[in-house]
Structures are given as C-alpha cells and as structure tokens.
Ligand binder design. Structure first.
Ligand SMILES: [Zn+2]
Length: 324
C-alpha cells in the first residue's frame, strides 16, 4: 500500500466504533502471527514476585533450555523443571497462537459461535477455553471494601444449560420462571460496591439470602470502619449488628431513594449493566454464573481493557501486580 492510501486508512481508523476497533485489533493480531505476542505476555515478569519454582517456591533457578518457544527453568532446590505456564490454568492447553485472539473475543464479549468461526477452532474448544480463562480472570478481586459500601442482591433464573440430567422438564433457554415472585428457581447474587468503584460479587444460592450467607460473604472483606448501606431488607441490619459494623438502610418502600450519601444507586446501576450485558448469552448455566460475574467485573472496571491484559490475568498476572 502506498503512503497516501495508508494515511487515508489511518484517518478512517479514528472514525471506527469501539466494536469495530476490537474487530480490527483482532484481525491485526491474527495477521501478526499471534504466537510471538502470546509468548511475550507469558514470559513477562510479575513485578512483586520474583520468578519462583511452582513446586517448592524456591527462587534459585537455572535456565534449562527451551520448549515450544518458552524458557524452561530448573529449580536448584527441588531439581524439578518448569516454565512460565506451569501451574496456571493454561498449562498444557494447545493452539497458543490463538490465545490472544480468544482473549480479544472475551474483551468484545463475543458469543462462542462467532468467536470459534473467527479463530477457526471448534465451538467446544472456545467453550472449554472460556471457562479456563475466566477461572483465573474471576480471581482478580479486591481483598477489602472500605468507606461507604453499598450492598444489594439481584436474582438470576436458575439454569441447567449444558447439564445432561434434568430434574424438571427443560425450559427454553433464557425462559421465564414457572412460579411468580421469588422462588427457589431464582439464584441470588450479592454485589457490594465501594464508592471508589471497587466491586465484589458472590453467588449466594437459591431463593432469599440468609444472614449466615450474607456474613460469609461480607464479614471478611468489609473494613472495620466501613459504612454498609443497603435497602430495607432486615437481613443487612441483623448482619451489621452481629458484626458490629456501621449500617444505614434506605427506606425504598417509603419511596425514599436517596438520603444524602445514603443510597444504593451505584450498586443498582451495576446490577443494571450486568443484567443488560448478560442477556446476550441467552441464559447462563448457574454452575458457571461466578465465571460470568468475574468476566463482567473485569470489563466494568477496565482491567480487561485489552487482549493482552486478559491473557495476563489468565496467567495470574493481575493489573496491580503487573509491570506495564
Ligand atoms: Zn523447586
């Protein structure tokens, strides 16, 4: 392509939508021969942790040749060998050259079928990869929530999509519950969100959340001086009293939505974005719901802003630990 045409192309790029940019990026990644880039992400160091043996955590290491393009190390303590993939969810996974393309599909929230077509792999491969990748991505969680922290539950219809044994007649995917109102066909998800935007989520189980379930989620992550804000559900008040935490409730039933800083608007907006996003999957299997929650969280907090970032997270290199 001559320089004039190329400059014209560059000008066009600025007019692309976010989705079109992702498609373009993915196409370029494929053209660039994904494998070299993938290897670079795999070999990139973690800032806070010197490279250590995944078997005994020893740090006295010798270089010990290369296998499939990856540096192999031998531990001086236990004499075992390993590479940067050993002990990660991607160990022994094939088709490395397509991992960045697949990561880009996760960034673009792409359904399995088009992702498989674009990568020229079987749909079952993308299904397996999705959950391997997300298993690590979902582990990128803040350890504490501080200051004003809003918490609220939301519900998802239970789905045994992909399950071979059904206890009840199959429902059309993404269908409606048989019983009106809140029932055991609804799976409760708790979301807690700091005013800084740090967010945690938990799959709580079927039906209404108990105080014990709430405590098992929040007790260990809420800072001692946090202010828990919830709606009028008495479960929160009970938990806060037991845990000696400051708590304010918004009296939604009396039509009060906002009382100064006391509201649950941020967490409810998060629920709204999550529900809207998850619709594209036409009902997700309850057993994988936590993977989807982690996926959405990483998109919403921009940790999953690029294919490289997603691949790094899949290898346990989370944004706050990674050299950029
Ligand atoms: Zn060792």
């Amino acid at each position: 392509m001559n320089a004039k045409t190329f400059n014209g192309l560059l000008k066009q790029v600025a007019r692309l939508t976010l989705h079109q940019r992702e498609l373009l990026r993915k196409r370029l990644d494929t053209l660039d021969g994904g494998e070299q880039k993938v290897l670079a992400v795999i070999e990139s160091p973690r800032s806070e942790h010197p490279r250590s043996c995944p078997h005994c955590h020893g740090t006295e290491l010798d270089r010990h040749g290369q296998v499939s393009g990856l540096q192999r190390y031998r531990c001086q303590t236990c004499h075992r060998t390993f590479n940067a993939l050993t002990g990660t969810t991607l160990a022994r996974l094939r088709k490395k050259d397509k991992w960045l393309g697949f990561s880009a599909a996760l960034v673009a929230s792409q359904p399995l079928r088009p992702a498989a077509a674009a990568l020229q792999v079987h749909r079952n491969t993308t299904l397996r990869w999705r959950h391997r990748f997300l298993n690590s991505v979902k582990a990128d969680r803040p350890t504490t929530l501080q200051g004003i922290t809003e918490a609220d539950e939301t519900y998802f219809l239970e789905s045994r999509k992909g399950c071979r044994k059904l206890e009840r007649p199959a429902r059309r995917r993404g269908g409606k519950a048989g019983k009106p109102g809140l029932s055991n066909e609804q799976v409760c998800v708790l979301v807690a969100r700091e005013r800084t935007g740090q967010t945690l989520d938990w799959v709580m189980g079927r039906g209404q959340m108990s105080k014990a379930e709430l405590a098992s989620a929040l007790q260990s992550v809420l800072a001692k001086d946090a202010l828990l804000v919830s709606d009028g559900n008495p479960t929160y008040r009970g938990f806060a009293q037991d845990a000696h935490l400051a708590h304010e409730a918004v009296n939604l039933s009396a039509g009060v939505r906002v009382n100064g800083a006391i509201h649950v608007q941020n967490v409810n907006a998060y629920h709204g974005r999550l529900k809207h996003w998850i619709q594209r999957f036409h009902g997700v299997a309850t057993g994988y719901l936590d993977n989807y929650l982690g996926w959405f969280r990483a998109l919403d907090n921009h940790h999953a802003a690029s294919a490289e970032a997603v691949l790094a997270m899949t290898l346990g290199k989370f944004p706050h630990l990674t050299v950029t």
